[in-house]
Design a protein around this ligand. Sequence first.
Ligand code: SAH
Length: 220
Amino acid sequence: MSAGVPMRRRLLVEYLRTVIGIRDERVLEAIASVPREVFVPPSLFPQAYEDFPLEIGEGQTISQPSVVARMTELAAIGERDRVLEIGAGSGYQVAVLAPLARFVFAVERLSRLAEGARGRLRQLGVSNVSIQVMDGTLGWRAQAPFDAIIVSAAAPAVPHALKEQLVEGGRLVIPVGDLRRQELHRVVRRGEVFEDTVHGAVTFVPLVGKEGYANGVPSP
Ligand code: SAH
C-alpha cells in the first residue's frame, strides 16, 4: 500500500482542516508528517488514515485522528514547550507532539505498550521524547512543571497532581466523564485559579490509577 500512503495522509489532513475545523497550521503539518500506519497493527494498515480509533492490543486503542488533532490544538503547544502526555499507548500522539514541542515526556501504565511506542519512535528517528511506565494520574513529578499536559484516557475528574504540575498559563487537556462518554476539558492555570472550559463529547478507554478509575470501576 506504500504508494497510496502520502495521498491518504494528505486527504486526512484536508478532512481535518475542512470538515473537523482544525485551524492551527502547525498541528496540521505535524499530522501530515507522522506515518500513522507505523502505529497500528499490520492487519489494520488499510484503516490507518480513517478517522476511527483502532485496537492496539492489551484492550487499548490509538485515538482517532480528529481527536488527536483537536487535543493538540487545544494544548496550544509552543516550540519551547515541555509537554507531558498521560497514556502513550501506541506512541502516535507523542509523535504528533514531538515536532511541535521542545521535549515530550509521556507516561504509560502498560509496559508492553510503552516498549512498542519507544521502538516506533526510535525507528522514526524521534529523539526529543521520553516514555516511562508509571501511574500517570500522579503526573511525572521529577520532570514537572509542564507547559502543557494531554491526557489520552477517560478520567472521573481532573487529577489534582496534574493541575499542580502545570506552569503559570499552562494548559491541561483531558476527557472527563463516565466510562461511556466524556467531555473534553481544557484547564488553564492562572496562579492558583484553574480556568476550565468544555470542548465537546469524546469516548476514551479509562484512565486507571490512583486518581482515575480502579480497573474500570469509578473510584469514590
Ligand atoms: N495516546 C495513545 C492512546 C492510547 S489509549 C495513542 O496515541 O495511541 C490510552 C492509554 O492510556 C492506554 O494505553 C492505557 O494503558 C493508558 N493508561 C490508562 N491509565 C493510565 C495511567 N494511569 N497512567 C498511564 N497510562 C494510562
